[in-house]
Structure formats: structure tokens, C-alpha cells
Design a protein around this ligand. Structure first.
Ligand SMILES: CC(C)(COP(=O)(O)OP(=O)(O)OC[C@H]1O[C@@H](n2cnc3c(N)ncnc32)[C@H](O)[C@@H]1OP(=O)(O)O)[C@@H](O)C(=O)NCCC(=O)NCCS
Length: 179
């Protein structure tokens, strides 16, 4: 478990399935990731179980984001190995309950995960992909020190339009946990 001031991160449990089912199948939320098909409960249960195996094998670390005061799951966050030799990993986050967005909780959750990635797991570089039009997410990542690597133009087709993908990265030497 990774403990912050307003949120903590814990592994997913099967009881999370109903919240994931309700929020991940929301069209607005699906558009942030570009997912087209809704999840069935069975798929989500399989996915939760797969996160346990990935964690055991140290291939990926997926957490539920829990708001401390309300004790509710508000999203998920994930760290996934890209290259173990160069110690590079990918991160992704989704605050799926919109009432908890724009309150600093995504930034706080990312700080916890980045700290875990660099200081516990000894990764050296983190990367992520975000649609250029997702200004809030880009601003959040820039605030944490992520730099723009480049743009894959018209890389995804989501909800009737072609979207550009922005790739961003953050090196350990650029990370100071005083942001
Ligand atoms: C992206 C996400 C993780 C950010 O977390 P959050 O808790 O909502 O964001 P925070 O409050 O920590 O920070 C957002 C920052 O973006 C800024 N922001 C918000 N809307 C903005 C906009 N349209 N343009 C520019 N900046 C914007 C906020 O002002 C804030 O900066 P500040 O702290 O300097 O004021 C969260 O909104 C989310 O999960 N959204 C839905 C799914 C998603 O987009 N996932 C990422 C896919 S790559």
C-alpha cells in the first residue's frame, strides 16, 4: 500500500468489480483511453486476477486509488515494465469518478506511483501516452516534470475523430519529490 495525504494506493480486489464496471463503461471515460468495447463483469474479474499475477511476476503493478476520507475507489493507476534491462516503465492513470477530478488527487496519486517506481523499484525512466487534446492530463504530467518526446499524428480513431498521441517521459534525475 502506498499512503498519501488524501489518497492511498492499494492492490485491486474482486469487490472493486462493480465500481470498475459502472465507471469504465461510461462513454466519456472510455474516450480518454480510446477503448471502444464495454467490459463485461467477467472480463473485469479476469483482469483483476491478471493484475495479481503480473504483480507476483513483477511485470506490472496496478493499484486502486482510494480517497482516504470517503473510503471509496476513485480510479486506478498502473506501472508496467517496458524494458527491464534499461529499467524503463510505462505509467497510466484514470480517475474514473468525475467528481474527484481537478482536485489534485491525480497529481498526488502519480507522485506516489513515481516515487515507488524510482525509489522502490529502481526504474530509471518512465513514459506515458496521452491524447494531445486531453489538456488536463498533459498539464498534470508537465507539472510533475514529464517532458514531451513527440507526437504520433492521427494515431487513434476515437468517437468519430482521429486523435494525435503525445508521448512523454520522465528521467529519475529529473524527479524531485518536492513538487
Ligand atoms: C488526468 C487526471 C489523472 C488528472 O488528475 P486530476 O486529479 O483530475 O488533476 P489534478 O487536479 O491533479 O491536476 C490537473 C491540472 O490540470 C489543470 N487543468 C485542468 N483542466 C485543464 C485544461 N483544460 N487545460 C489546461 N490545464 C487544465 C488544473 O488546473 C490542474 O493544474 P493546477 O494544479 O496547476 O491547477 C484525471 O483528470 C483523469 O483521470 N481524467 C480522466 C481519465 C484521463 O484523462 N486519464 C489520463 C489518460 S492519459
Amino acid at each position: 500500500m502506498l499512503m498519501g495525504n488524501n489518497v492511498f494506493l492499494r492492490g485491486l480486489v474482486l469487490d472493486d468489480v462493480n465500481e470498475l464496471f459502472n465507471y469504465w463503461n461510461n462513454k466519456d471515460f472510455m474516450n480518454y483511453s480510446g477503448r471502444i468495447n464495454p467490459y463485461s463483469k467477467e472480463e473485469l474479474i479476469n483482469w483483476i486476477q491478471a493484475t495479481w499475477k503480473e504483480r507476483e511476476e513483477k511485470k506490472a503493478f496496478t493499484f486502486a486509488i482510494i480517497k482516504i476520507n470517503d473510503k471509496v475507489i476513485i480510479g486506478t493507476i498502473r506501472l508496467k515494465i517496458v524494458n527491464i534491462i534499461s529499467r524503463r516503465a510505462d505509467i497510466s492513470i484514470g480517475i474514473f469518478n468525475p467528481i474527484f477530478r481537478d482536485k489534485g488527487l491525480g497529481t498526488e496519486s502519480l507522485k506516489l506511483l513515481i516515487d515507488f517506481a524510482f525509489n522502490t523499484m529502481n526504474f530509471l525512466s518512465l513514459e506515458l501516452k496521452v491524447f494531445t487534446k486531453n489538456k488536463r492530463a498533459v498539464s498534470c504530467y508537465e507539472k510533475l516534470g514529464f517532458k514531451k518526446v513527440g507526437v504520433r499524428r492521427k494515431a487513434d480513431f476515437v468517437d468519430g475523430e482521429y486523435l494525435d498521441d503525445l508521448v512523454m517521459d520522465l528521467l529519475i534525475e529529473e524527479w524531485k519529490n518536492d513538487k
